[in-house]
Ligand binder design. Structure first.
Ligand SMILES: Cc1cc2nc3c(=O)[nH]c(=O)nc-3n(C[C@H](O)[C@H](O)[C@H](O)COP(=O)(O)O)c2cc1C
Length: 166
């Protein structure tokens, strides 16, 4: 799992997901993208990528810093699931954009995406993470629905375990 976080929400979600997956018998390495070369991702066949949306439709700062390198990686043979924190009330036109900004080049560069999550329980106007009636990954909204975060992570954790085939 590779994650980035400016104010701790994504970091906390990553920690919770790791504990949950390990309680289910899934071993996981974890890296803060702030101090990790993005090429490290290519050492794995299965990835979980966590990035909140910041600055009105942009990546979290550390992901933004390595984004041009990330977009050049060849993800052929790698399967990944994406999740991200956002704010559907304050940023309804750009809700979870970072998931789209990372997931699309991943797929364009040969990767297989799993872990789509239905949009129906969220209220927002637009998102780069949209894929029909789904998001390209799990959305978390600690600004407005913090009480749902752990439940969503458990539901999604089960989904990706299944879709990863582990
Ligand atoms: C200045 C600012 C800009 C933001 N822009 C967006 C945005 O465009 N879309 C969105 O969904 N959330 C946006 N958010 C909400 C953050 O994604 C949310 O607070 C998230 O939980 C932060 O994660 P972090 O604590 O891991 O950095 C923004 C928050 C701030 C403070």
């Amino acid at each position: 799992m590779f994650w980035g976080s400016n104010t701790g929400n994504q970091e906390e979600a990553a920690g919770f997901l790791k504990d949950f997956m390990e309680s289910e018998g899934v071993e996981m390495d974890e890296f803060n993208i702030a101090d990790t070369d993005p090429k490290k991702m290519l050492e794995y066949k299965r990835l979980i990528i966590g990035c909140p949306t910041w600055h009105i439709g942009e990546l979290q700062d550390d992901w933004d810093f390595i984004y041009s390198k990330y977009k050049e990686l060849d993800f052929t043979g790698i399967t990944a699931a994406f999740f991200g924190c956002g704010d559907q009330v304050g940023y309804a036109d750009n809700f979870l954009d970072a998931i789209g900004l990372l997931a699309k080049p991943f797929m364009e560069n040969g990767g297989t995406l799993i872990g789509r999550y239905p949009t129906e329980e969220y209220q927002f106007d637009n998102s780069l993470a949209l894929d029909g009636d789904d998001f390209l990954g799990l959305g978390l909204d600690n600004d407005n629905e913090e009480e749902l975060t752990e439940e969503r992570l458990v539901i999604w954790g089960e989904i990706i375990k299944d879709e990863f085939g582990i």
